[in-house]
Design a protein. Structure first.
Length: 263
């Protein structure tokens, strides 16, 4: 709601929305007007958030069955497992392009990739690599935005991924910034509904400052502080991640042509 505030949407379709006070032209990202005067949105759109659901549905039958008996979410059990793996997942990297990718590569042919699998790779490392890969995908966009002069003042999370402390900490460590999960007093997250409520209250004359209204409503804040050591580790791995993306983009196109040609 204020310039520099950045929203991380952690769900089936993820991405970021960075509030800026000037026009930034960057064709690899999405640019639009903000609902508040004098502000704009520099946005990204990623599709990798559903990768964990894919793992649950394809390989997580045991967690689904256990979750039903315990009355908890299977995602909670998967997150707990991921938390038992070390940062960096034993060198395993995941490109979360399970349905192509939007920003910043704009590719319909890109597909998911696990890189670095070995006989020593554990189930926990595969799960953590999925979470880390999704964080790298958003960070890729953030790096581009900052190279264009955008400034991230606050990194705010919303969506289903914020229910995983492991995933939230990964996002803080990958980006090297505090990751903030803000909720209402009753524990409910803000989201689009809260924004619409604040805008309606402003239009009705019930509040003068929309951003201040939202901040008052989101009174519960959990802050995940980044670890300098883990961030340095992730920076090194992000370099490998980027190398993989650049090298595989033409391979994705070639592979798609061959698969289509054989159908």
């Amino acid at each position: 709601m204020r310039p520099g505030q950045t929203m991380d949407q952690g769900g089936q379709a993820g991405g970021m929305g960075l509030s800026v006070d000037r026009v930034i032209v960057e064709p690899r990202l999405i640019f639009s007007h903000h609902v508040l005067p004098g502000q704009y949105l520099l946005q990204s759109g990623t599709v990798g958030g559903g990768s964990l659901a894919w793992f649950r549905d394809t390989l997580g039958q045991a967690e689904v069955a256990t979750a039903e008996r315990l009355g908890v979410s299977a995602f909670e059990l998967l997150s707990d497992q991921a938390g038992r793996a070390q940062p960096g997942s034993g060198g395993l990297l995941f490109l979360p392009y399970m349905a192509g990718e939007r920003t910043p590569i704009w590719s319909t042919t890109a597909r998911g990739v696990f890189f670095g699998l070995s006989y020593n790779t554990t189930r926990a490392e595969i799960l953590r690599a999925i979470m880390e890969g999704c964080a790298y995908a958003v960070y890729h966009n953030l790096v581009i935005a900052e190279a264009r002069g955008a400034h991230v003042r606050e990194w705010l999370g919303e969506g289903g991924a914020t229910r995983s402390p492991v995933w939230c900490q990964i996002k803080a460590d990958v980006t090297g910034r505090p990751f903030v999960v803000a909720r209402c007093a009753d524990g409910v997250e803000g989201g689009h509904g809260l924004g619409l409520f604040a805008l309606t209250a402003h239009a009705a004359g019930l509040c003068d400052d929309v951003a201040a209204c939202v901040e008052r409503l989101l009174s519960q804040r959990t802050v995940y502080e980044p670890s300098p050591e883990r961030h340095a580790r992730y920076q090194a791995l992000f370099g490998v991640y980027m190398d993989l993306v650049e090298r595989l983009l033409p391979v994705f196109d070639c592979h798609a042509e061959r698969v289509t040609g054989n159908e």
